[in-house]
Design a protein around this ligand. Structure first.
Ligand code: LER
Ligand code: MN
Length: 272
């Protein structure tokens, strides 16, 4: 099982859930601390220079696990359920850029909060708006050999697709092979009935995982049922990326070191 950490550009908003900022120094730091890869939490596709990224990854034996898009929602207010045509075009272009980037780096693009909310509107209208954009971006991703991964997010951040069961229902309507799911155990702890059972029930779509503890600190620093989670992951034969998407508490380096030590310990017990 491979371990990654979410990082962002130097100008990421204070509320970005990343350990390190500044793409280039973060890759070096993440490698030194024992991660196998980085998840790029980007606002825009041109935030990274592909040539620089490629050599940095090679020099540090690192991979990009995925490109994630939370900042597109948080910093640019672009989302799949928006009715405004110009905004939809800007979002589509942004996702096509992320997909093109992911075709060289990692092959996966996340859709978290940027799916948007319902916010008092017709749920059917919002679902139709989501599906329309989902199909458009999936078509572009298909041409580039890239996959999209939809992340259930807790009710305090968004009111549309909060748990894995709801996500699976929607993914069946999307009905594209390159459109699956990114569970995040922080959100599952709030929304899903039992984390292990839900992972097993929705296993057909589980493609990538975000890890944090219940307080969104480093794994091991809260009361997340990690043994239930690892038992479920081994039961479903999950062997993909696990990405620490955590708050930099008490400081970025300590949070990163604790994540690596705790998770590598669990990988040793469950995957050797
Ligand atoms: C936000 O809480 C989160 O988990 C992100 O990965 C989704 O945008
Ligand atoms: Mn997440």
């Amino acid at each position: 099982m491979k371990l990654s950490v979410a990082i962002a550009g130097a100008e990421a908003m204070p509320n970005a859930f990343v350990v390190f900022r500044g793409v280039e120094p973060s890759i070096i730091k993440a490698h030194e601390l024992g991660f196998d890869g980085v998840e790029l939490a980007l606002k825009r596709p041109d935030e990274v220079d592909k040539g620089v990224l490629k050599s940095l990854l090679r020099e540090n034996s690192m991979e990009v696990s995925a490109v994630s898009s939370g900042q597109v929602f948080a910093a640019r207010n672009l989302y799949f359920t928006d009715e405004n045509k110009e905004n939809r075009k800007e979002l589509y272009d942004t996702f096509c850029g992320f997909i093109d980037l992911a075709s060289d780096f990692g092959g996966l693009v996340n859709i978290g909060r940027t799916r948007g909310s319902i916010n008092g509107r017709s749920p059917q209208l919002c679902e139709d708006l989501f599906l329309d954009m989902a199909h458009s971006v999936a078509d572009h991703a298909q041409k580039r050999g890239v996959e999209l991964i939809l992340e259930p997010v807790n009710r305090y951040e968004i009111d549309f697709i909060n748990n894995l069961d709801e996500c699976s229902v929607l993914l069946k309507k999307v009905n594209r092979k390159n459109f699956t799911m990114m569970p995040d155990v922080f959100h599952m702890n709030i929304e899903d009935d039992h984390i292990g059972e839900s992972l097993i029930r929705n296993k057909e779509f589980v493609r990538y995982i975000h890890f944090a503890d219940t307080n969104r600190h480093a794994p091991g620093d809260g009361h997340m049922p990690w043994d239930e989670i690892f038992t479920a992951l081994t039961t479903i034969g999950y062997n993909g990326w696990t990405t620490a998407e955590i708050l930099p508490f008490p400081d970025p380096e300590t949070a990163a070191k604790r994540s690596v030590a705790f998770l590598k310990g669990k990988y040793g017990s469950y995957y050797s």
